[in-house]
Design a protein around this ligand. Structure first.
Ligand code: ADE
Ligand code: ZN
Length: 346
């Protein structure tokens, strides 16, 4: 790891914003801003149960994951046509570019849409076209990870996988999201085994609200390559040792954890503890339209609350590239640019 010289506290936010970074945990439906929800509702002739953008935003007061998911699935109901999925992803890419995100791996929840009669092709083609344009017009590389909703049955996940097979070349991996507690990873063992045989990358949300046992099961039963969230791992010293030894990346989302009351305030977030224990921690936005911030907001607020420094910034950005599903040459290119950014700053 590169040796990073100290940066004065007043210059640190600029470094955090300027440094190139990868985002590995963003639910694209969670990037739908209230303004876009209203615009899409109008375009599609739908009415919303909120009188205004302000009233919708005012409803974003969550007490836990489920209280958020209820409103998040309602927001996604305005997405009907390929252009809607394209416009949603494009709006995210413009924000990502402004935050110097140079690579991103987007989660999407097809079951939220296919359950409403929207075709799998409509979802995947709209998102994929935006990914292609992000590379061409913004220089951001982007790929798609299809998530299964864990509050539904495994049989439905298997059917979703079947529907996605014609679009296999547009999807790099699969994940597992939605209500965690009561829906352990083991429930999805068979579908993940099939995805593995298809050569898909595997990730899963685990240890967001659920116990360390769910993280063990995501690793040992689902055989995932990264853990999404994973903040509950600090309750289990043996798990911490394993995650550090195997360099299993955690895609941590500080503002999400704050808004969903996983931690009472950012100063009590355990990100620093996880980093200091040698875990491959990354910072991500999760559902930025709902949690009050995109990538750079997550970085600057977390650094201020936890008193993190330039060495932490370098480690987090470097981890984001190393934990990504890009090839070794692309990783080296991004890390060289990261090094150049730090050299220029010091
Ligand atoms: N879907 C969107 N955001 C999520 C989160 N933070 N946890 C689980 N499922 C989600
Ligand atoms: Zn998430």
């Amino acid at each position: 790891m590169k040796n990073i010289q100290a940066v004065a506290a007043d210059r640190l936010p600029a470094l955090l914003c300027q440094m190139p970074k990868a985002e590995l945990h963003i639910h694209i439906e969670g990037s739908l801003e209230p303004e876009l929800i209203f615009a899409l509702a109008q375009r599609n002739g739908l009415s919303l149960p909120y009188p205004s953008v302000e009233a919708l935003r005012a409803a974003y007061a969550f007490t836990n994951l489920q209280s958020f998911l209820d409103i998040y699935y309602a927001g996604a109901s305005v997405l009907l046509h390929e252009a809607d999925f394209y416009d949603m992803a494009w709006a995210y890419f413009e924000r990502a570019a402004a935050d110097n995100v140079v690579h991103t791996e987007l989660f999407f929840d097809p079951q939220t849409h296919t359950a409403r009669g929207v075709g799998m092709g409509t979802v995947v083609n709209g998102l994929h076209r935006a990914c292609v344009d992000a590379q061409a017009r913004l220089g951001i590389s982007a790929s798609l990870i299809m998530c299964f909703l864990r509050h539904l049955r495994q049989q439905e996940a298997l059917e979703t996988l079947e529907q996605a097979l014609p679009y296999r070349d547009k999807i790099i991996g699969v994940g597992l999201d939605s209500g965690e507690v009561g829906n352990p990873p083991e429930k999805f063992a068979e579908v993940f085994t099939r995805c593995r045989a298809l050569g898909l990358h595997l990730v899963a949300h685990a240890g967001e609200e659920g116990p360390p046992a769910y993280i063990w099961a995501a690793l040992d039963v689902l055989k995932v390559e990264r853990i999404d969230h994973g903040v509950q791992s600090s309750k289990d010293p043996a798990l911490m040792q394993r995650l550090a030894k195997e360099r299993v990346a955690l895609t941590v989302c500080p503002l999400s954890n704050l808004k969903l009351c996983v931690f009472p305030d950012l100063a009590q977030h355990n990100l620093r503890e996880l980093l200091d224990a040698g875990l491959a921690v990354t910072i991500n936005s999760d559902d930025p339209a709902y949690f009050g911030g995109y990538m750079n907001d997550n970085f600057t607020q977390t650094f201020a609350a936890l008193g993190l420094n330039a060495q932490h910034a370098y480690t987090l950005a470097r981890n984001s590239f190393e934990a990504s599903f890009i090839d070794a040459a692309a990783k080296q290119r991004h890390i060289a640019q990261l090094d150049a950014c730090f050299d220029a700053f010091q």
